[in-house]
Ligand binder design. Structure first.
Ligand SMILES: *Cc1c(COP(=O)(O)O)cnc(C)c1O
Length: 410
């Protein structure tokens, strides 16, 4: 029998303007092609330690623990929640979009008694609403999203950490979409654990989830570990509420031992992904956090100026818009999916639709990491204008790009 042959891999060039995954800097792609080192090779463990230091800078923290979990961002969220939630714990999740529901879902699987606080999509919570709910419910843990990519909104976190300390709750934040693009000062905001993402503003492929957590979070982990070893319980006693961590792969206490100087073997570290993350972090730190946040704001301003000049309306409360995601209403009578297909098939440009109640109602344009550039913004505006005209939408040709060029002072 003749062996079946397969074509060479040759992905089409794309301009990716979605809220992830986004384009990856060629330096990161090159780093991924370097030779493999053994996971206990001192040269590799030195790279692991160096990456931990870089992650501390990214998360703006002095925490001892900052390392990546192998898996997509969701693995980081799950590792943190499954480690910090004991069955029966009360957990408060303020939900203002799809990813709040993900936190709820994972917390329930951890056996938590979950209390949700819901906000209409397109808006975020006032500090007072969060304070009241935290004081009323006195949860063991509060889990919330920093930047909701589903709605393009960002929840201000000033003051939330203080109330959590008041009731002795841990504060866990999903900063998957914001880390490296919008400031998140972990220590200043008194956040106990943060999960970041690679494939969004860090512009590294999906496959790792950088996390950090402080001593308060670690204390909870360590206590559970002692229970697991039977150290806290008298002979034969079994506390029904305190149980060992319900995961092996995502057992944060074991992951911590693996990233500690003891290097207790857990999984095999994803060598090439670590190279990628390290190079991605090197790019971020070379650019400088402040300069990087400013770059994201600059391109967002040009994109928004262009879209508005085309007569397109933004979705959601403008006062809490994420700089790295811009949501626009699909004009009446226009088939949003047909426009997206035209952009992808004929211009090689990808923008995103949305989920649940917003499906078919809005487009989401990401300006994240390496994808966040003048070239990409201008190309996207030009292509979107052409596709809209082709779909019979009436707009004044040329105005969008001119407005963006004004914004760039071209
Ligand atoms: C993208 C995203 C996630 C999920 O990340 P994966 O890498 O797909 O697992 C979680 N939270 C937020 C806010 C996101 O934007």
């Amino acid at each position: 029998m003749k062996a079946k042959t397969y074509k060479d891999l040759s992905p089409s060039p794309r301009t990716i303007m979605t809220p992830g995954p986004v384009e990856v800097d060629p330096r990161v792609l090159r780093a991924m092609s370097f030779p493999i080192l053994g996971q206990f090779d001192p040269e590799f463990t030195a790279l692991m330690n160096e990456t931990m230091g870089m992650l501390r800078e990214l998360f703006m923290t002095d925490n001892e623990w900052a390392f990546p979990v192998d898996g997509t961002s969701r693995s980081g969220i799950e590792a943190v929640l499954v480690g910090l939630i004991e069955p029966g714990d009360k957990v408060l999740v303020p939900v203002y979009g799809r990813f709040g529901h993900l936190l709820t879902e994972i917390a329930k699987r951890c056996g938590a008694e979950v209390v949700t606080l819901e906000k209409e999509w397109g808006y975020v919570f006032e500090l007072a609403e969060l304070e009241d709910a935290i004081r009323q419910h006195r949860p063991k843990l509060v889990a919330m999203v920093h930047g909701e990519t589903s709605t393009g909104r960002m929840q201000p976190l000033e003051g939330v950490g203080q109330v959590c300390r008041e009731v002795d709750a841990l504060l866990v934040v999903d900063a998957v979409a914001t880390i490296g693009g919008i400031e998140l000062a972990t220590d200043r905001l008194l956040i106990d654990a943060v999960i970041g993402g690679t494939q969004k503003c860090l512009s590294v492929p999906a496959g790792m989830a950088p996390i950090t957590y402080n001593k308060r979070a670690e204390a909870k982990l360590q206590a559970r570990k002692k229970i697991e070893r039977g150290l806290l319980l008298a002979d034969g006693e079994d506390d029904p509420l305190l149980r060992p961590i319900q995961s092996n792969y995502l057992d944060l206490s074991q992951l911590q031992d693996y990233w500690s100087p003891a290097r207790l073997n857990h999984h095999t570290e994803a060598t090439s992904m670590l190279y990628a993350l390290r190079e991605g972090l090197r790019l971020v730190l070379e650019e400088g956090l402040e300069a990087r946040f400013a770059r994201h704001r600059e391109h967002e301003a040009a994109l928004v100026a262009g879209l508005e000049a085309m007569g397109l309306r933004q979705y959601g409360d403008p006062s809490c818009k994420m700089t790295v995601v811009t949501c626009i209403e699909i004009p009446a009578g226009i088939d949003g999916e047909s426009v997206r297909a035209m952009l992808l098939d004929h211009f090689g440009i990808e923008i995103a639709s949305s989920f649940g109640p917003l499906k078919g109602k809005i487009w989401r344009i990401g300006t994240m990491g390496y994808s966040c550039s003048k070239r990409n913004v201008l190309l996207t505006l030009g292509a979107l204008e052409a596709a809209l005209l082709r779909h019979g939408h009436r707009l004044e040709a040329g105005r969008g790009l001119q407005a963006a060029m004004d914004s760039y002072k071209i």
